[in-house]
Write a protein that binds this ligand. Structure first.
Ligand code: NAD
Length: 267
């Protein structure tokens, strides 16, 4: 997909400082959108926004911990004020804490639920309030939640993470149902990326070895590739392309869908 399919659109991307989120910000900007980066990493988030601004993109950074209701209110207000509107939310921020089921720590599981589930729920709440008719943005829009292939397969040592990403899938469907039925003019979809060698992806490969599930990182990654019909890892740009499509008018009759970007790993 190419062209200015998102010209005039205004997007907030959580966890946009680095990794998949930064790639999505760049892709949406290339498609013509103004983009706000929301993240807990203030220095890196500002650098990512500045790099986009140097290419003429209307952009900004807002400090946002997605687990905090009040920070969401502030982030949405900052997005509307900086970009002149708000009609795309990409709920990308997420964390993964690897553990065998026999070693699950309550605090780790709770933290993943906070960021991956509560964060997505609060993001959609504030997006709906802002984008629906009568809201401060009020022109409808599109939400894309970043789930994971982990929601669709059984992979060892990521039970807690997989549970939170399955929750993202369910949150997506019910939010799409409500937004449609209540006439918000907002579509809600999610994507399931396969393994990508970002900081998170590389850490997971390291943790798989530490948990005795692979001899070394090469064989940990090799086992993922072996389960992937297209025979390689995913790429940030491939996830970003799918997100840009789901936000665009080309996807105008698509809502409540989950799109795998995993080379077939989850089929
Ligand atoms: N990398 C993979 O293999 C992979 C595969 C499938 C899905 N995902 C999902 O894609 C998303 C991005 O992952 P990534 O690989 O780019 O990870 P990453 O760790 O490189 O980046 C995550 C970003 O989210 C931010 N973040 C973390 N907690 C936050 C919070 N409470 N509030 C705001 N921002 C917060 C981080 O600061 C960081 O900028 C995550 O939701 C992840 O679960 C990743």
């Amino acid at each position: 997909m190419s062209g200015k399919t998102l010209a005039g659109r205004k997007a907030l991307i959580t966890g946009g400082a680095r990794g998949i989120g930064a790639g999505i910000a760049q892709r949406l900007a290339e498609a013509g959108a103004a983009v706000m980066i929301g993240d807990i990493l203030a220095d890196l988030g500002r650098q990512t926004a500045d790099a986009l601004a140097r290419h003429g993109v209307k952009t900004g950074f807002v400090a946002l911990d997605v687990t905090d209701d009040a920070q969401w209110e502030n982030a949405v207000a900052a997005t509307v004020a900086t970009l002149g509107g708000y009609d795309i939310l990409v709920n990308n921020a997420g964390i993964e804490i690897t553990s065998l089921v026999a070693d699950i720590q309550a605090a780790d599981l709770r933290r993943m639920c906070e960021v991956n589930v509560v964060g997505v729920g609060l993001g959609m709440k504030h997006a709906f309030r802002a984008m629906r008719p009568g809201g401060p943005a009020g022109a409808g829009g599109a939400v894309v939640n970043i789930s994971s292939v982990a929601a669709t397969i059984a992979f060892p040592a990521i039970a807690g993470y997989s549970a939170t990403k399955s929750a993202v899938d369910r949150l997506t469907r019910i939010a799409a149902m409500e937004a449609g039925k209540l006439g918000y003019g907002i579509r809600v979809n999610c994507v399931y990326p396969g393994l990508i060698p970002t900081e998170m992806g590389l850490q997971l490969a390291t943790d798989i070895v530490a948990n005795g599930l692979a001899a070394d990182i090469e064989s940990a990654v090799g086992s993922v590739i072996g389960q992937t019909p297209l025979g390689r890892l995913a790429d940030v740009a491939e996830v970003a392309d799918a997100v840009a499509f789901l936000c665009s008018n080309d996807a105008r009759f698509i809502t409540g869908a989950g799109v795998p970007v995993d080379g077939g790993m989850g089929m």
